[in-house]
Design a protein around this ligand. Structure first.
Ligand SMILES: Nc1nc2c(c(=O)[nH]1)N[C@H]1C(S)=C(S)[C@@H](COP(=O)(O)OP(=O)(O)OC[C@H]3O[C@@H](n4cnc5c(=O)[nH]c(N)nc54)[C@H](O)[C@@H]3O)O[C@H]1N2
Ligand SMILES: Nc1nc2c(c(=O)[nH]1)N[C@H]1C(S)=C(S)[C@@H](COP(=O)(O)OP(=O)(O)OC[C@H]3O[C@@H](n4cnc5c(=O)[nH]c(N)nc54)[C@H](O)[C@@H]3O)O[C@H]1N2
Ligand code: SF4
Ligand SMILES: [Mo]
Length: 733
């Protein structure tokens, strides 16, 4: 650890929020990482974008000589306003991780790797690709990636190869959230004017751990101005401890809460009639449908007292249109339940009743930045491919509204076993750890004739690949120009190398361009990254040099309130979804039970739910020694269980529990707390790394995926990751 310039003494975790949370207080605090005694004389500063999670926080990284020294946020950046989280600091150290891949690798046996040159890697992969393509066709190839940043060029690579099979993590993360909103308002991710709101409900969204630094900052400003907010969660989350009100809900029943709130708003004429009359369609059908969903009925489903439900409706109405229910992410509105799509639609409809679209303190569509493109000579159009994927995404008889290019990555193993997929490329993704039922994922991926991984460490997936082409770590590479970090303003930003690569690694865009040549599709990659980025910036009259110097440039044109415009088929806010109607699917939100429920007569039966911790991203940061240290010091791998349920099982705080079902079995220590609903246990989702090549993380904690069957939601196909029933018992001494 001594080669990094970062010492243990200096590792005070800086974070966007204070240490006010009961749960969080001992692992978050507001102190700056930088210490005052440092001389700033020999420091060099390079602006770039953090790659610690999907927030793209813009940061200034300081180097001392050739060493990464420290980082600070860039104040004008829309998503982080100058802030950085614990991971943003901790991952600076990751560039010096002892487990890094130092050159291209070829797997020569189980967990045996041989370093090879880039030329050999390109040549051999090129040959294998040509052979497989000839024998099985281009559709037998897939690509799996994080769907942002360089992803556009990776999709182009696959299209040039002739395959539409580009997958992402959508199915394990956000799919219903995006589709539900898109169906209702024509946009998958509306933003919130949190800073000016008067009342907000966070339903299964925990921005204090599933971090969004901008939102936290806006939230504290809104609180100072007198705004109130409520957290609805089966678990007393980090955000709950900042909230004015915490409402504990039975997991999987948020839809009932939303339907009852909609009913109350309509029955008591508390909705924004002007908005409904002018901008929406289908109100009467919604009113008719929700009539039976009384607060009494919802109390039965959710366990929330009817008076509390009615009060939430009244509080929303009193502040409307400066009020909203958060759009959600992974928690309740993501890929969690069979009723998630209906839930997202219901949440959107309640927001519609509040008339908050494009209103100060409500929700808005963030301004779009349209980047320039290379001239068609250098950037010819790729072949037109079909409008569906091998997993049924986009297919009229399977998952017609699941977008091509996002896909259902939990289908890949099965498709490999069936012989429909023969070869795959995995970039910035780790399906062996982040997809359900690892045993089956391993079985499927093993079956592939060719698996190429682009990773910087030997993750579970990379460890199984035939070839690993190491991307330079984010601090060592240039990426394509970014626009998705900007919130309510139009901005461009860039990720660029802060130091020279420490090892024989390359930026992904360079790897793509070089690999394309050996695959016979070099004509589609007839440019350099510089040229590509220059063309992207050309419409704004900004040079790449200037962007590299400033890191983030504001293009002007902030969001302003005004009449809303909806890009739905009807051009209106759709209480009745015309798309769902065309597909003969429930077009107005209605109650739907979760897929599975715990057996009330069995004291061992629980639903297993999971969630983020603020100092980890998915399971990819636990191999970082300082971030692991936070987990260790605060004993954070424990599974939350309600005191009465624990007592019935003879489990005391700290005891070891065995958790099992037909998919898997594991052990974890108990965190006995009434901050968790009786029906479920809560497992932090940052642990359970099983790649032996990640020496810090290996064997530390367990993962919910170890218990998750391979499901496909009937409408969208997502993986329904809270539909898990487990047996919990005290582990015999
Ligand atoms: N630190 C950190 N930040 C991250 C990430 C990360 O890994 N680490 N990942 C990023 C990504 S990709 C994502 S998707 C987001 C995720 O951001 P969130 O969606 O906010 O995160 P989660 O922790 O998955 O879920 C939020 C809450 O949902 C609750 N929940 C579970 N089931 C239910 C239910 O049935 N009803 C209700 N009401 N609540 C429920 C959980 O207890 C949890 O507190 O975070 C992003 N930011
Ligand atoms: N166990 C577990 N599973 C989960 C979740 C969880 O919290 N825990 N969360 C769910 C959610 S919300 C999401 S969004 C998905 C995310 O699913 P994934 O995207 O598969 O999850 P990550 O853990 O972020 O995996 C990222 C992979 O990228 C690699 N990587 C990191 N930095 C770089 C880099 O600079 N270059 C390259 N080429 N590779 C890099 C990491 O080593 C890791 O192998 O997972 C879902 N599944
Ligand atoms: S939230 Fe943290 S990890 Fe994510 S991009 Fe920002 S600083 Fe990096
Ligand atoms: Mo996610």
């Amino acid at each position: 650890m001594d080669n990094s310039g970062i010492t243990r003494r200096k590792f005070i975790i800086g974070s966007a929020i204070g240490g006010a949370s009961l749960v969080a207080s001992n692992y978050l605090n507001l102190e700056s990482w930088a210490t005052t005694e440092e001389s700033t004389q020999d420091l060099k500063v390079t602006p770039t974008l953090c790659d610690g999670c999907g927030n793209w926080c813009a940061i200034k990284v300081y180097t001392r000589g050739k060493r990464i020294w420290k980082a600070e946020g860039i104040p004008i950046a829309g998503n982080n306003l100058g802030r950085i989280c614990a991971k943003g600091h901790g991952l600076l150290h990751e560039v010096y991780n002892k487990d890094r891949i130092k050159s291209p690798l070829k797997r020569t046996g189980p967990n045996k790797f041989e370093p090879i040159s880039w030329e050999q890697a390109y040549r051999e992969i090129g040959q294998r690709v040509q052979e497989i393509k000839k024998e099985h066709g281009p559709e037998s190839f897939f690509w799996l990636q994080f769907p942002e940043g360089n992803a556009g060029l990776c999709s182009r690579f696959m299209n040039a190869l002739g395959s539409p099979n580009v997958f992402s993590h959508a199915t394990t993360c956000f799919l219903p959230r995006n589709i539900g909103w898109w169906l209702t308002i024509g946009s998958a991710k509306p933003e919130h004017d949190l800073e000016h709101t008067r009342f907000a409900i966070f339903l299964g969204r925990n921005i204090a751990a599933g971090l969004r630094l901008r939102a936290l900052s806006d939230l504290s400003k809104a609180k100072d101005r007198g705004a109130r907010f409520v957290v609805v969660d089966p678990r007393f989350s980090e955000l709950a401890s900042f909230a004015h009100q915490y409402v504990q809900i039975r997991p999987g029943t948020d839809l009932a809460l939303m339907l009852a709130i909609a009913n109350t708003l309509i029955a008591e004429k508390l909705y924004q009639k002007d908005f409904v009359d002018k901008y929406s369609q289908g109100f009467d059908e919604l009113a008719q449908k929700v009539k039976g969903y009384t607060t009494e009925w919802a109390e039965q489903k959710t366990g929330i007292p009817r008076g509390v439900i009615g009060k939430l409706a009244h509080d929303l109405a009193e502040s409307a249109p400066q009020a909203f229910i958060h759009r959600g992410y992974h928690g309740a509105l993501g890929t969690q339940y069979k009723n998630s799509l209906q839930l997202v639609r219901a949440v959107a409809c309640v927001n519609g009743l509040l008339g908050n679209f494009n209103q100060r303190g409500g929700m808005f569509f963030h301004p779009e930045v349209k980047l320039g493109r290379l001239d068609p000579q250098k950037f010819p159009k790729t072949p037109e491919l079909g409008d569906s994927m091998v997993d049924g995404s986009g297919a009229s008889d399977r998952y017609p509204i699941t977008p091509v290019g996002l896909g259902l990555s939990q289908a890949i193993p099965e498709l490999a076993l069936e012989g429909k997929l023969k070869a795959g490329f995995v970039y910035h993704n780790n399906p062996l750890r982040t997809c359900p039922n690892p045993a089956r994922v391993i079985e499927g991926y093993r079956k592939l004739d060719l698996l190429v991984s682009f990773d910087y460490i030997l993750s579970e997936t990379a460890s199984l690949a035939h070839y690993i082409l190491p991307e330079s770590y984010y601090l060592e590479r240039d990426d394509v120009v970014h626009t998705n970090h900007c919130f309510n303003s139009k901005q461009v930003a860039i990720r660029q190398a802060v130091i020279e690569p420490l090892y024989d690694t390359k930026p992904m865009v360079v790897i793509l361009i070089e690999l394309a040549k050996s695959l016979g599709i070099g004509n589609y990659f007839n440019f350099t990254l510089e040229e590509y980025n220059q063309a992207a910036l050309a419409p704004f009259g900004i040079t790449l040099e200037r962007l590299k110097q400033e890191g983030v440039i504001d293009l002007g044109g902030k969001w302003e309130p005004g009449p809303p415009q909806f890009k739905t088929p009807s051009g209106k806010f759709e209480f009745v979804s015309s798309t769902l109607q065309d597909l003969n699917l429930p077009a107005v939100p209605e109650w739907e039970e979760p897929l599975v429920v715990p057996d009330q007569s069995d004291i061992h039966s629980f639903r297993l739910i999971h969630g983020k911790q603020a100092h980890h991203t998915h399971a990819k940061t636990i191999n970082q020694e300082y971030l692991k240290e936070i987990s260790l010091l605060n004993d954070m791998t424990r599974v939350w269980i309600h005191p009465e349920r624990a007592k019935a099982l003879g489990i005391k705080d700290g005891d070891c529990m065995t958790i099992s079902n037909s998919v898997g079995k594991g052990r974890a220590r108990a965190l006995v707390t009434d901050g968790i609903h009786r029906d479920c246990v809560f497992l932090p989702s940052s642990y359970g790394v099983y790649s032996r090549n990640l020496r810090t993380a290996f064997g530390f904690g367990i993962s919910y995926n170890d218990f998750l069957p391979t499901y496909f939601d009937p409408v969208l196909g997502h993986c329904m990751s809270n539909e898990i029933i487990v047996r919990v018992e005290k582990t015999p001494a």
